[in-house]
Design a protein. Structure first.
Lengths: 155, 765
């Protein structure tokens, strides 16, 4: 964690969804700086401090990352895989935020280390709960439906 | 001529008129008597009395007889004190040998009239001293002729005597031994002989006792009785004879061998059928042991058959093997029955043997064909089919060797399987064929004798070296296409018949079928693999599509909906009621669209998802779902009751949960406006399965619409009244089908519906 203000990284290619996320954070009164990567590759570059993101002061590692699954270049799973293979990244909590309610996506995301699985659109309550869990408990959380919270079972 | 009604006793005393009527006209005074006799003694007595009486009365006498009879008669006459030599000398008595005398007037087997008159007429005249005295004659010549079987000559001679009596005065005594008339057919001749004579004297049996009339009648009665009984006996014998002849004819005309043998197994009779089947003529086999017909390895059978026979037991349709005279074995079916004499004692056996070689051959062919068909049907590898076919050909056709050749990829016929053919031979003939590949109807080719066949010198030599004398080529075809050929060979010349090739033809057809099936099987497998691959690809594409739908199609809908909500939240205060209502409609439309997409995804996921079936506690699952409803749907005011403990089922929990949720949803939804939904849920056993039933108090579904209900996008009630995507029940059906179950509905269309899902039962503790 850098000394600068905490950062939330959102990997999302859809402008609307970026808008809804920003709005949800505002309404939840979370004042973290929101950094948006527009595809998987940008997200990985940001996390690895590659290229324009080399300056960790200006681009610190996020306190939490919200990750869409379906994105150009690298998708959400690729990002999870890359993070899982790097010790500096694999402890960053990742919340998958997707429109897919497919079981296989949920299973795969969990296997690759996602801490929570939430269905779009992001609700204010959900965002608040996620932040709370990250800071206070750090448990795996499954959020099946917008606004609904629940724990992921261990299997 | 004088006729006597009754046979007189010939004791010489009451023979009225013999020689007493010298003064009467000659023509009337002539008697012609016939004496039948059994014994020579009796004859000698009769004849000597007849002659003696004449001689004593001063008549002439002639004795024409066999040497023995003459000696017997003369010894009696001499005994009576008659001076025969003196009488001979004075030509009053003549004694002549019958055969010798006969020869003097016989010509070409018949008596010559002129010679007779000259010889016998002269003799009678001499003895009668030129008609001055009467003559008695005994003649045995007719009896000799009769004895020789020359009846015609005998009758003619009798006639000649009778004619002679018209010109000469004499009494003639003829004598016939009764033994000459043994046959029934002799009766007519006897009658004719009697007719030729003026008096008939029966044999001594009836002559000696006939003193008075009463005794004569008794004799006649006895005689009649005897005749009658004889007649009956004869008639009976005739029947037996007829029957015997009929039976003999039947036996002779039988196709089967009918043999009789004694209890030692010695053959006593042998019919035509036996000769045909076994090859022996009756004279070659009758008197020999039946073992001659039995092959060495079957000789043990005969003692058993004979033992059964002695115990009076038949041996019925016993199928075995016997040996022909030429050494070949014949399959026969034997029936051996005991034969008894009149007293019921078993004296031998009748043995009927039917040649079943042909039947056995057909049975073998059927068996072989059956085995081959099974082999082909088991879809074994082709080489095994070829081997089986070669074996079948050799057995069915009694061929020593066989081969199967098929076209290879280059269009050359190659050996695929063979039996007992040398490498050299195969090399030499491979690639040769009597047909061209394009021949539409290739016909079998048979060579009965290679040495006379039109073959090239070279080929002939190879075939001869191989020891082949006859062969047949059968085309192997399938649907008119020539695939190859089958050949079979004989070591001896072999005359082929079209019928004979039939089993081989069938075998070859099986081979063709086997080959083709294998080919089409391979084609089919390839096709299935291709289809499967393309289906897999289609499914993969479908999954990709669904995935895209769930992500991409929902994104804009969600955006619309969310923006509308944002608008409502952030600017609601600035909007009038109309604008707010429109916004609500946009939000509502978005919700519906999202739900529709989710339902389609659920349905397609159900269709393609691989599911594993396991026991499920239906009770627990249902109560959880109902619990969620009652928690969430307080606004619905529904009353849902689960009755009793529901039975366990085999299924897929997520699919079943989906299906039950949908049915409960459905049950609650379709109620008349203002009514409180009441839902009852229970389960029943059905034919070893479990049915869960969900009954509502809704508006029901008319029977005519019920069949459409479980299809995708089918709605029975207008959407404006009852909201829904039209996929819910299709999801229920798909889920049930994927779990190996079924769904159904009972409703009269007025007072609610009863939906059910039926699944395999699991044990319920």
């Amino acid at each position: 964690m850098s000394a600068s203000e905490p950062v939330i990284l959102l990997a999302e290619d859809d402008d609307n969804d970026v808008f809804f996320m920003r709005r949800a954070l505002q309404k939840a009164e979370i004042n973290h700086s929101l950094r948006v990567a527009r595809n998987g590759q940008d997200a990985v570059d940001y996390l690895e401090g590659a290229g324009e993101f080399a300056d960790r002061v200006r681009h610190p590692l996020p306190a939490i990352m919200f990750l869409d699954l379906k994105m150009p270049f690298l998708d959400g799973f690729d990002v999870l895989r890359r993070m899982h293979s790097q010790s500096s990244l694999k402890n960053i909590p990742v919340v998958v935020l997707t429109s897919s309610s497919e079981d296989r996506d949920r299973r795969k995301a969990t296997e690759l280390g996602a801490k929570a699985y939430c269905i779009k659109p992001p609700a204010t309550d959900m965002v608040r709960e996620m932040m709370r869990l990250v800071y206070e408990r750090g448990e795996n959380v499954d959020v099946s439906a917008p606004g609904c919270l629940g724990k992921l079972s261990d299997d | 001529m004088k006729k006597l009604d009754l046979p007189p006793a010939l004791d010489g005393k009451n023979l009225e008129g013999y020689g007493t009527a010298v003064d009467q006209p000659l023509i009337v005074r002539c008697d012609h008597l016939v004496q039948f006799y059994e014994s020579d003694e009796f004859l000698a007595d009769c004849v000597s009395a007849f002659i003696e009486e004449g001689l004593e009365a001063g008549e002439g006498a002639i004795l024409i007889g066999t040497a023995r009879h003459r000696a017997d008669v003369e010894s009696r006459l001499l005994h009576q004190g008659i001076n025969l030599p003196a009488l001979k000398a004075s030509h009053e008595y003549f004694s002549l040998d019958a055969a010798e005398t006969l020869s003097q007037f016989m010509a070409n087997g018949l008596p010559d009239e002129k010679l007779f008159h000259r010889q016998i007429g002269g003799l009678v005249a001499k003895a009668g001293n030129g008609g001055r005295r009467s003559v008695r004659a005994f003649g045995e010549m007719v009896a000799l002729l009769w004895d020789d079987g020359n009846a015609d000559a005998a009758f003619q001679l009798e006639e000649l005597w009778n004619e002679l009596s018209r010109t000469h005065a004499f009494s003639l005594l003829c004598a016939y031994p009764m033994s000459a008339f043994n046959k029934a057919s002799d009766g007519e001749a006897l009658g004719r002989i009697c007719h030729e004579h003026s008096e008939v004297l029966p044999t001594e049996n009836y002559m000696t006792s006939g003193r008075n009339e009463d005794e004569r009648f008794r004799t006649i009665a006895l005689l009649e009785q005897k005749a009658k009984s004889l007649e009956t006996e004869i008639e009976k014998n005739k029947h037996i004879g007829d029957r015997g002849r009929l039976l003999a004819a039947i036996v002779e005309s039988s196709e089967d061998a009918i043999i009789s043998k004694d209890l030692n197994g010695i053959i006593t009779s042998w019919n035509n059928g036996a000769e045909r089947i076994f090859g022996y003529k009756p004279e070659e086999i009758v008197g020999h042991s039946v073992l001659k017909l039995i092959p060495p390895d079957r000789q043990h059978e005969e003692p058993g058959i004979l033992a059964r026979l002695r115990n009076g037991l038949r041996t019925d349709h016993y199928e075995t093997v016997r040996r022909h005279k030429d050494g070949n074995d014949i399959h026969v079916s034997l029936t051996v029955s005991p034969v008894r004499d009149d007293t019921g004692k078993i004296v031998g056996a009748s043995k009927i043997a039917r040649d079943i070689t042909e039947r056995k051959r057909i049975e073998l062919q059927q068996q072989v064909l059956y085995e081959l068909t099974s082999t082909v049907n088991r879809a074994v590898a082709l080489p095994e089919i070829y081997e089986s076919a070669i074996d079948a050909i050799c057995r069915c056709q009694s061929a020593q060797r066989a081969a199967i050749l098929l076209y290879d990829a280059e269009g050359t016929m190659r050996f695929r399987a063979w039996r007992d053919l040398s490498d050299e031979y195969r090399r030499a003939v491979e690639g040769q064929s009597p047909w061209k590949r394009e021949d539409s109807a290739p016909q079998p080719v048979c060579i009965s004798d290679v040495s006379h066949a039109e073959l090239s010198v070279q080929l002939k030599e190879i075939v001869a070296r191989e020891g082949i004398r006859a062969m047949a080529f059968l085309p192997i075809t399938y649907e008119g296409r020539l695939l190859g050929k089958c050949m079979f060979y004989y070591d001896k010349p072999h005359p082929f018949t079209p019928e004979e090739l039939r089993p081989a033809q069938m075998i070859v057809n099986q081979v063709a079928f086997g080959i083709e099936r294998r080919r089409s099987g391979e084609n089919l497998e390839r096709m299935v693999n291709e289809r499967t691959a393309s289906l897999r690809e289609a499914i993969a594409q479908m999954e990709e599509f669904s995935y895209s739908v769930s992500h991409d199609l929902r994104a804009p809908v969600r955006a619309m909906q969310c923006y509308a909500e944002v608008l409502m939240e952030d600017y609601g205060a600035k909007l009038d009621d109309h604008a707010k209502k429109y916004l609500e409609r946009i939000i509502h439309g978005g919700l519906r669209m999202d739900r529709l997409i989710q339902d389609i995804l659920t349905y397609s996921r159900l269709s393609r998802r691989e599911i594993q079936l396991r026991p499920i506690s239906l009770d627990k699952l249902t109560r959880e779902i109902v619990g969620q409803y009652l928690d969430l749907g307080s606004s619905m005011q529904a009353e849902i009751s689960v009755e009793g403990k529901l039975l366990n089922v085999i299924g897929h929990e997520a699919s079943l949960s989906q299906a039950i949720s949908n049915l409960i949803n459905n049950a609650i939804k379709f109620v008349p406006p203002g009514a409180t939904p009441k839902v009852r849920i229970w389960s029943e056993q059905r034919n070893g399965e479990v049915r869960i039933l969900i009954e509502d108090n809704g508006i029901g579904i008319k029977p005519e619409y019920q069949h459409r209900l479980f299809s995708v996008f089918e709605r029975v009630h207008p959407e404006k009244n009852y909201e829904g995507t039209g996929i819910g029940l299709a999801i229920v059906r798909k889920a049930a089908e994927r779990m190996g179950g079924k769904v159904g509905l009972e409703s009269d269309g007025v007072s609610g519906s009863r939906f059910w899902i039926q699944l395999p039962a699991a044990e319920t503790e």
